[in-house]
Design a protein around this ligand. Sequence first.
Ligand code: ADP
Ligand code: MG
Ligand code: MG
Length: 511
Amino acid sequence: MEIENIVANTVYIKARESGGQKKGKSKKWKNYLQFPHYTECLPLKTEIDVTYAFVVEKQPIGKLLFHEFCQATNSQYRQCCQFLTKVEEYETSDDDGQSRRELATAIAALLHSKPEDNPSGSQDEQEFWCSFLPDEVISTCIAAADSATHDDEPRSDIFSEPYRLARQFLTDAPFKEFVESMYFHRFLQWKWLEKRPVDKHTFRLYRVLGKGGFGEVCACQVRASGKMYALKKLEKKRVKKRHAETLSLNEKQILQRINSPFVVSLAYAYETKDALCLVLTLMNGGDLKFHLYNLMPGGFDEKRVQFYAAEITLGLQHLHSERILYRDLKPENILLDDFGHVRISDLGLAVEIKDNEPIKGRVGTVGYMAPEIVKNERYSYGVDWWGVGCLIYEMIEGKAPFRQRKEKVKREEVERRVREDQEKYSEKFSEAARTLCRGLLHKEPGFRLGCRRVGRPEDGAEEIRAHPFFNTADVGTSREPVPWKKMEAGKVTPPFLPRPSCSLRERCFGY
Ligand code: ADP
Ligand code: MG
Ligand code: MG
């Protein structure tokens, strides 16, 4: 191993360890994080979506500031927020856990706290915080909470009605007052910092993580904050040579719109003389191809397959809800983070579907392209569900459905198999896994699982999420139903923890 390599790795590991801590920050760059006077930021108000749904529910800083505002304003707002937070916790907590029963008790206590219960309260404590809730909603809820504390597996949805009403309450007067307050000004200041142009001086660069078609991907760190990212370079020369200008711009524009814990996010983008640079969520755990073929040849167990498939389905659901078709599902494009969660990465082939019109274009990777793409027909969201079928098949079987690994076979032959051959299921597949793959790998998109519901594009994912593979326990495998809400909240513990720095090793020692 070359000496530069060792040095680069050591420096990188150090940076990662201090990631976000004091060490990574530099004094000179600290000033960079200083807020401008709020009046300078006010014009931003017209550029952003000033709604509760965006500011409080999509923007973590907005949520924090709104809660601080409520806390400081009056006890009604404060308790209302508390209620929402507790219900969210409840809904994403362990289905059968003690914690869920305790939360139900705490939530019921909040609903009980009528004025007569605390006569010593101050003037504004006298107002019953949830007076906007009809009496019968409160009593139904308290009764449900009461029985939940005795149930073995309390249901997750018993507070959904008061939750909806409390949220509605906050979106009205409280949110309007918030927008006029200094808390919102602080929010605008954050947005201002976020929107400020970044350039190569904003980052320290570290070692190479991987090679892409248009340039390297390396680890980087924001000087001012110490936070680590992956920096993907699209070198202009190479982009030009392959006439891919629109493609690479496309990748950036699509990434910009996406905000899901299951898709790599774009934190910043900037341009240098030679390259377009995308600063992305750092995914250190290696890709699924590496895990599948180098660490677990022969396939993953179904519990692990189910976990990855579920997170990928949620990622695709988000993309589809934004009318984005991904078109490049395969193991090497699914990356693991340090904890073992996965994200869809490499949106270079993604495309927007306009007005629900099917599109054309033979793109993708041989062996993973859906039959309708191979046949050069028009296609839509169904090609991604085909891709999920290929991926699940490959994770279970340890080989792709239409091509042996390293098999010397012509493109035409693989495409013939995709069009005509029925994929084979070994004894590695459970009944549920087999029906899922067969449904997803239906040659005819109109009959394919995920394509049979007509409605919003994101409804396709619901059909897949409802499949028994995700919702039944299975004797003989360790599979259990997926707790979807908890998973969407990122609170499911991954079944497999990547070895620390596993992705470093693979590069140092070659694979
Ligand atoms: P291309 O579009 O040219 O295929 P990719 O986006 O797939 O480029 O990136 C190339 C390689 O860089 C990947 O195979 C992976 O090893 C590494 N890589 C890409 N994105 C990340 C990331 N967010 N975190 C860590 N490594 C990454
Ligand atoms: Mg790639
Ligand atoms: Mg790409």
